[in-house]
Design a protein around this ligand. Structure first.
Ligand SMILES: [Mn+2]
Length: 327
């Protein structure tokens, strides 16, 4: 799948002012796409504002060094957004993901452009540039910038590198292709730093989080002939380390990293009798089916559910369900 950017170029050339937006709870692909595109449009002498329905999450605020990302309703009005010649929607094409920006864009006379890599979406009445085979929206923005003939600068390259790096789990997901690395190489040549980016993204644990991870790893065990790994975070673990439930994010992937394991399950005691169960698979085994049995959901290879009861009870029920499905 490759995008024909020809119609994009005159649309940008003929417009003077742009509002860029993306989905709620913006991630680095959303924000990186916006910031990279904004820098390219500014280089062409355009007036650009980035206006989202949601603020930049604090844990990735480093991506917006200059505080360019605005939130609709706080310092920027619907009328100001409507005055732009073009609205550009990046990293989503679903009305439902735009939050309060959906109505603002829907009711605006501005021309609309979508650049996106998601399969699902709505007809936004926009000129749409979509490649669902792209591992990141950031790479599509790089293509757009190249089509415009804008020379890559660090202001363009750095945010796009964050976009690509995060949507690929640091260049390791099955969506990664040669094209990913060709694009990443261009961004590094233009000033993006893999070393700095990795540090900003991933070397940012608290001591409490690292110590909690130690305790969770210490609880790891194998089940069902070594095909399943389980681990847990209990009340005692949180009390001993001072860490929070949010600090268990991503840990299940390390539990899955044991050789021979197909499915990993992490059980987190959230307090009040609620157990959060995170499930991961790296075989054909569909963990969503397991999650759905208990009222949860997700994807084939990553799913989750909340179960009431104790960690022991939750683990027993989930393992029994996995055992049945494995046959
Ligand atoms: Mn994305």
């Amino acid at each position: 799948m490759s995008i024909d950017w020809k119609p994009f170029v005159p649309l940008v050339q003929q417009a003077r002012s742009f509002v860029l937006t993306s989905h709620m709870r913006p991630d680095c692909d959303a924000l990186g796409s916006e910031l990279g595109m904004a820098a390219a449009l500014v280089a062409l002498g355009k007036t650009v504002r980035i206006v989202n329905g949601d603020s930049v999450p604090s844990h990735i605020s480093f991506i917006d060094r200059r505080g360019q990302v605005e939130v609709i309703g706080s310092g920027v009005t619907d009328a100001e957004v409507h005055m732009a010649d073009v609205h550009m929607v990046l990293d989503t094409s679903a009305w439902g993901q735009l939050g309060p920006m959906a109505d603002v864009i829907r009711s605006s006379p501005a021309r609309k452009v979508v650049i996106d890599h998601h399969v699902s979406g709505d007809d936004l009445g926009a000129m749409t540039f979509k490649d669902t085979t792209s591992e990141s929206n950031g790479r599509l923005v790089l293509q757009a910038v190249e089509a415009l003939g804008v020379k890559l600068t660090p202001d363009i390259a750095k945010p796009l590198f964050y976009a690509m790096a995060t949507d690929t789990g640091w260049f390791r997901f099955s969506s990664v292709t040669k094209e990913t690395f060709v694009a990443a190489a261009k961004l590094v040549a233009a000033g993006a730093s893999p070393h700095e980016s990795f540090g900003a993204l991933y070397d940012r644990n608290t001591l409490a989080r690292v110590r909690l991870h130690g305790r969770i790893m210490d609880s790891a065990a194998l089940a069902i002939d070594g095909r399943v790994s389980v681990a847990r975070a209990t009340d005692a673990d949180f009390a001993a380390t001072g860490a929070e439930v949010a600090d268990t994010e991503d840990v299940v992937n390390r539990v899955l990293s044991i050789a021979g394991v197909e499915v990993a399950a992490l059980f987190v005691d959230m307090g009040g009798g609620a157990i959060k169960v995170s499930l991961r698979s790296r075989s054909d085994f569909d963990v969503r089916q397991i999650a759905e049995l208990f009222g949860g959901g997700g994807h084939t290879k990553a799913a989750g559910v909340r179960i009431r009861g104790s960690v022991d009870d939750a683990q027993q029920s989930v393992l029994e369900a996995v055992r049945v499905q494995m046959g």
